[in-house]
Design a binder for this molecule. Structure first.
Ligand SMILES: Nc1ncnc2c1ncn2[C@@H]1O[C@H](COP(=O)(O)OP(=O)(O)OP(=O)(O)O)[C@@H](O)[C@H]1O
Length: 322
């Protein structure tokens, strides 16, 4: 339904004296994607991986240097204007709606999408109620908290019932209640209308729970594409061991110093990834010997999408777990 082949986008080098000019950036480097109708499809990757660049091309806002994009049979490279009729897009920034009230943002979006005034008003009321925004309806977006503003923009993106929703980190800054409301609204549309969702995220936890399939993007390329469980099967047999030290790790103990060499350290926390059998020995060492006194807490966990991502050679930077 949504077919992307060989998409390439390079941002040109900046002007100026040679040494000071920023170099050209190949932000998308031959991307292929196939998204099916009714899928909740994710793009996961660290900051700067090329996700937003990809999404802006898919939504007709940025012209690719090479490659093809077809959505519901339309050629969106030749006719980028058609994207607006097919896609409800929630970008990372939404300053365009800032001056409007929550109600007017939703209603105006509906009118811009061709709804008659009455339908725009009734869709506005329904979506504000669905997302529990009715109490904020008269508030200008610029007078809302970050999470509330994001939710109001999400509400506006839903008005007009586009068959495809493209959401660039929709739940950033939202509390758990608002997040749940977003996922429920998406699920409802998929169940009732077969709406397809393309979701950009660097939240691996969210990715694991809500997505049907994920494309992992790194350095402008798709480095893996599968269901979350399919991706996790790639690192089956591995576990993650987190050790939290009370204070300094007891590096005077030879076995702890050796462990430290393969650990990723973040403050008092060490994270180690290893085969299950090996983990058993390490747990015995840290809990049975003199190191135990220095240990505050430890957890042993099955692999997450983050572990897959790291195993694929991705960079850790930019992926969040909460
Ligand atoms: N307008 C621009 N001009 C030049 N380079 C750009 C421009 N926009 C993005 N880039 C560069 O292109 C690369 C991809 O950026 P992009 O915004 O697509 O990443 P992203 O995966 O969406 O990141 P994030 O998770 O931080 O939103 C980065 O190296 C970025 O610095």
């Amino acid at each position: 339904m949504w077919t992307v082949r060989g998409l390439v986008k390079t941002y040109p080098a900046g002007r100026g004296r040679k040494a000071a000019a920023p170099p050209a950036v190949r932000a998308n480097d031959g991307i292929d994607l196939d998204v099916g109708q009714g899928e909740i499809f994710g793009l996961l990757g660290p900051n700067g991986a090329g996700k937003t660049t990809l999404v802006r091309q898919l939504t007709g806002l940025l012209r690719p240097d090479a490659g093809s994009i077809r959505l519901f049979g339309h050629d969106l490279v030749a006719h980028p204007d058609r994207a607006a009729r097919l896609i409800g897009y929630l970008g990372q920034e939404s300053t365009a709606l800032d001056e409007l009230t929550v109600a007017l943002a939703a209603e105006t979006t509906g009118r811009l999408r061709g709804l008659d005034p009455r339908t725009a008003r009734s869709e506005r009321d329904a979506v504000l109620e669905e997302l529990e925004l009715t109490g904020l309806a008269c508030r200008p977006l610029k007078r809302l908290s970050g999470g509330q503003r994001r939710l109001a923009c999400f509400a506006a993106a839903l008005v007009g019932g586009r068959p495809m929703l493209v959401l660039d980190e929709p739940t950033t800054g939202m509390d758990p209640v608002a997040r749940r409301a977003v996922w429920a609204a998406i699920d409802r549309r998929r169940a009732e209308r077969g709406t397809t969702v393309l979701l950009v995220t660097h939240n691996v936890l969210e990715a694991e729970t809500v997505l049907d399939r994920v494309a992992v993007i790194d350095d402008g390329r798709v480095i893996a594409c599968d269901t979350p469980s399919g991706l996790k099967a790639m690192v089956e047999g591995d576990v993650r061991l987190d050790l939290v030290w009370r204070d300094e790790p007891p590096l005077h103990l030879a076995e702890i110093a050796a462990l430290g060499e393969s650990a990723e350290a973040a403050g008092r926390r060490w994270t180690l990834r290893m085969a299950q059998e090996e983990a058993r020995g390490v747990v015995a060492t840290v809990t049975g010997g003199p190191a135990f006194a220095a240990l505050d807490d430890f957890t042993l966990a099955t692999p997450s999408l983050e572990d897959v991502y790291l195993a694929l050679g991705g960079r850790r930077k930019g992926l969040v777990k909460a």
